[in-house]
Design a protein around this ligand. Structure first.
Ligand SMILES: Cc1cc2nc3c(=O)[nH]c(=O)nc-3n(C[C@H](O)[C@H](O)[C@H](O)COP(=O)(O)OP(=O)(O)OC[C@H]3O[C@@H](n4cnc5c(N)ncnc54)[C@H](O)[C@@H]3O)c2cc1C
Length: 422
């Protein structure tokens, strides 16, 4: 127990129970910082997890945006041909070939096995229905099969301060919150104050808290890896950047004084989204334990499998998991709510194509895809029909890396807490 420091305003309200969950902030702090964070940190260095394929060139479907970020820190270095392990490229190629085969009406092993007597036309319809079904299950736009999609080495392009701000960045966050049309009826302002949340139903609150938690995590990362040399006279375009935590930036973004009292609530939402993704990992453990994490390097793939199993065991042991079974239950209205929930979230993933800074777009895409994958695990009807449930490589990579971001944010919060105490 310690006396709250007078400057500790961001943290003194950050205690007690996490909203919509049954456990406390300090339980999660300990569990994450001691058990989860060190494991994830080494797991995410593995080749399987460090290469992520995304299309950063797709046009924004909502508005014309030419405010491309010119700062060197916004730039993403795509992988060269020889950089990506053949095993990873190979699995993507195989998937592409399979896809081409079945759009041409070629053989589909499962369907062949099911029924040899159906006509070619019926078979084609079945393939289409299966695809429609899969798409129906998704909370994200799939873009790794696009011509323009490229592999990026996440370790060479770390999430950190880029200088992306102003009207372009604000427009993205505004649109994301506007996409949350589950707003209190009489509330027209963009940002929902926490005092209004109680008038919303559980599903609506969960949606809002998850988005707000993601926003918090992104902003903690830019505070924890801030461009310190900028304040020493170096410009944003100077190659000699020096990066580290900025307490001033952190307090500006999260202290009650500068955020109308909301900062600590935004920090609480980080814990909420953390528990949501932790539950998804634990729920998907039986599925993920069967994965080969294939890159073509036998020894490394074995290590990756062992490290994933170890992490999943920790996740399964967490005693107070988020309980998704209380959501979308019962009436026809619940089914409609679930449909809307999915549609809104799909749009959030589309909005990522409008982000005007490539580095932010990359991490934005990865983290929304990771959250979307977690939602798919928690709410897809197919999840219980073991044979039908599937995750693509990019979904698995996104899920673990997105959870890695949240875990790092909680860990970094501890650093800021310590800095404030001294
Ligand atoms: C997808 C995406 C990824 C980004 N990635 C990066 C990055 O990697 N590096 C980088 O330097 N910048 C990144 N940015 C920009 C960064 O998030 C901020 O938008 C920018 O620093 C400007 O900050 P701001 O003070 O105007 O407030 P913003 O963070 O833009 O927030 C706008 C408004 O939202 C409200 N708000 C703030 N936080 C929360 C919350 N947690 N919950 C609810 N409401 C909130 C506040 O009222 C605030 O004024 C990213 C932006 C987006 C949209």
């Amino acid at each position: 127990y310690f006396e709250p420091h007078t400057h500790d305003a961001c943290f003194c309200q950050l205690s007690g129970r996490i909203d919509e969950c049954t456990c406390n902030i300090d339980t999660v702090d300990h569990f994450n910082n001691v058990k989860v964070y060190p494991r994830l940190r080494s797991l995410l260095l593995k080749d399987y997890f460090r290469f992520f394929k995304a299309n950063l060139k797709r046009e924004c479907p909502f508005w014309h945006d030419d405010s491309k970020c010119a700062m060197r820190y916004c730039h993403v270095q795509a992988c060269g041909d020889g950089d990506v392990p053949v095993g990873i490229k190979g699995t993507a190629k195989l998937k592409k070939e399979e896809k081409e085969e079945d759009t041409c009406g070629g053989s589909d092993k499962e369907l062949d096995y099911l029924n040899k007597t159906i006509s070619a036309k019926m078979k084609k319809d079945l393939v289409m229905w299966t695809k429609y079904d899969d798409a129906n299950d998704n909370f994200c736009v799939v873009d790794e099969n696009d011509e323009d999609a490229e592999y990026v080495d996440l370790l060479l392009n770390p999430e950190r301060f880029t200088g992306y701000k102003g009207s372009s960045a604000n427009r993205i966050w505004n649109s994301i919150y506007l996409e949350n049309c589950f707003r209190p009826k009489s509330y027209y302002s963009l940002y929902i104050p926490s005092s209004k949340l109680n008038s919303m139903c559980l599903e609506e609150r969960v949606y809002y808290r998850a988005i707000s938690g993601l926003h918090t995590s992104i902003n903690i990362h830019l505070c924890a890896n801030y461009l310190l040399s900028h304040s020493n006279g170096l410009s944003l375009t100077d190659p000699k950047g020096e990066w580290g935590p900025s307490l001033v930036e952190f307090e500006r973004r999260f202290s009650p004084e500068t955020t109308n009292g909301e900062g600590p609530n935004w920090l609480r939402n980080l814990y909420f989204i953390y528990l949501l993704e932790l539950r998804a990992l634990a729920k998907a453990a039986p599925y993920l334990e069967q994965e080969t994490f294939y890159t073509g390097n036998e020894a490394e793939d074995f290590d990756t499998q062992m490290a994933v199993k170890d992490l999943l065991n920790i996740a399964k042991q967490f005693p107070n998991h988020f309980d998704e079974t209380t959501m979308f239950t019962g009436s026809a209205q619940a089914a409609r709510l679930k449909h809307e929930f999915k549609e809104h979230f799909l749009n959030v993933t589309r909005i990522m194509d409008c982000v005007g800074c490539d580095k932010c777009k990359l991490w934005g895409k990865l983290q929304t895809k990771g959250l979307g994958t977690a939602l798919k695990i928690l709410f897809s009807q197919k999840f219980n029909q073991k044979k039908l449930f599937q995750l693509q490589r990019e979904e698995i990579v996104a899920l673990f890396n997105a959870f890695g971001r949240l875990s790092t944010s909680i860990y970094k919060l501890d650093n800021f807490r310590e800095m404030l105490e001294h």
